[in-house]
Design a protein around this ligand. Structure first.
Ligand code: NAP
Length: 249
């Protein structure tokens, strides 16, 4: 993936799961990677994994539910690498599992803050820099639950649907400025996000996937890399599922 080489790529939530796998793949293709996470130890571990394979990366801590932290994160990226060419706004949480009538207001606000407000905050500052550069590629993390509902996950579902709308709006606002903004929608992926689930719940989730298994973080990373690259030069405002057939049922 030659067009990724030497680009400055920011990944949020890169201390774990899909973010880590994608940060490693960006680095493998020669990008200079800003690994960001709220979790300092895990973020530094991702940097170490990248460096162990000869890649280039630094860690910048940021809680993406905080607008000022997102502004500082983008500024830190530009300070370190001189530009921000690619951004993968990935950080997210599962959030409170409850039916709507039982969901706490705090639980709702938290998942909207981390999974939706964060994407607006990050894009706001990423776009300001990309406009100066006259180019850039952003990939936002949605979910299959950005297309359909899932009982007990209303806040998560609303946030991930919101990410799709935000992505489309950004695309139409900035397409003529050389900036592409797309969203990815994984089905259930084997990451620490699912660690709290017992074996029976995971088996139930497996049964929802025509592929007969959950996805792997690296399978999502491959799609994100392609969308970030010049190979996707006419792809803008799109939502791409990576779901083992989940949404096709
Ligand atoms: P993960 O392994 O838990 O990784 C998410 C990372 O984001 C963690 O390091 C987490 O830190 C960090 N994070 C949490 N809140 C943050 C905040 N406020 N600011 C910055 N970083 C924060 O989960 P994952 O499965 O890779 O999920 C990554 C994204 O994919 C999320 O947006 C998720 O909704 C989405 N997704 C996941 C699946 C799935 O089945 N796994 C499916 C579809 C979409 P902590 O560990 O400290 O929380």
């Amino acid at each position: 993936m030659e067009s990724i080489k030497n680009k400055a790529a920011l990944v949020t939530g890169a201390g774990s799961g899909i973010g880590r796998a994608t940060a490693e793949l960006y680095a493998q293709y020669g990008a200079k990677v800003v690994v960001s996470d709220v979790h300092e130890v895990n973020g530094n571990e991702t940097v170490a994994l990248i460096k162990a394979k000869g890649g280039e990366a630094i860690f910048i801590k940021a809680d993406v539910s905080d607008a000022a932290a997102c502004e500082a994160l983008v500024a830190g990226t530009v300070k370190q690498y001189g530009s921000i060419d690619i951004a993968f706004n990935n950080a997210g949480i599962g959030g409170e599992a409850n039916l709507i009538a039982d969901m706490s207001v705090e639980g709702w606000n938290k998942v909207i803050a981390v999974n939706l407000n964060s994407v607006f905050y990050c894009m706001k500052y990423e776009l300001q820099e990309m406009l100066k550069q006259g180019k850039g590629a952003i990939v936002n993390m949605s979910s299959i639950l950005g297309q359909v509902g899932f009982a007990t996950a209303a806040g998560y579902v609303a946030a991930k649907h919101g990410v799709v709308g935000l992505t489309q709006n950004a695309a139409i606002e900035y397409a003529a400025k050389g900036i592409r903004v797309n969203a990815v929608g994984p089905a259930f992926i084997n990451t620490p996000l699912l660690d709290h689930m017992d074996a029976a719940t995971k088996q139930m989730l497996v049964s929802l996937h025509p592929a007969g298994r959950l996805g792997e973080a690296g399978e999502v990373a491959e799609l994100v890399i392609w969308l970030s690259s010049d190979k996707a030069s006419f792809v803008n405002g799109s939502y791409y599922a990576v779901d083992g057939g989940y949404l096709s049922k």
